[in-house]
Design a protein. Sequence first.
Length: 245
Amino acid sequence: MTDHQPRLAVLIDADNSQPSTIEGLLDEIAALGIASVKRIYGDWTDSQLKSWKSALLEYGLQPIQQFAYTSGKNATDSAMIIDAMDLLYTKNFDGFCIVSSDSDFTRLASRIRESGVKVYGFGEQKTPKAFIGVCDKFIFTENLRRAQNHKESATPKIKADDKALLSLVRNAVEDTADEAGWSNLGSVGQKLINKSPEFDPRTYGYKKLVDLIIGLKIFEFKASDPFSKSQIYIRVKRPERNPKK
């Protein structure tokens, strides 16, 4: 008997996405579940979308044609929203991946989550906070592009005065701590996503959460099993007591 893998519907707004991110995007989605549906929306008679042609063939994306009926109106968004709702009503999917930096999908993401279905957003760092905030998790495509090009940041992006990041991580640790102040690293990671859907260690130049937390330099670590290190626990460093004279 095999473990159930979440079935995902991947809906891509071609007008607000870049083909240069598609490999990293699908790799990221594969870690979340199975992309049972992969549709990409746009006016394919528009020469500006020619760059998507090779990606459509290589990655099995189903192009959905949507003509622009009126100048200045984005008919692509409407087509994506209608299809998303049709797919939601089938109750065949455990999650939706909405690929766009457009705030027009904010209400759609909210509606899907109201049905108890996960929403994963993918977009550029310019994506409005309103859309990011209604997703269960939001991944910046700049991070996917860096990973795809195998160019990890040579130097961490954490600044000594990055009080917002420090406060976010510290609060997540304290919220999940036991009586001795220790928190399971996995629980901390989930709490960070709950508090800030766009949180991603890669944004700060780190591949893993544990490396970012080490970089903050205010936490101490222990493993439940020092040989396997299967469970890592962290807590805020305690001040050292002066030895008695």
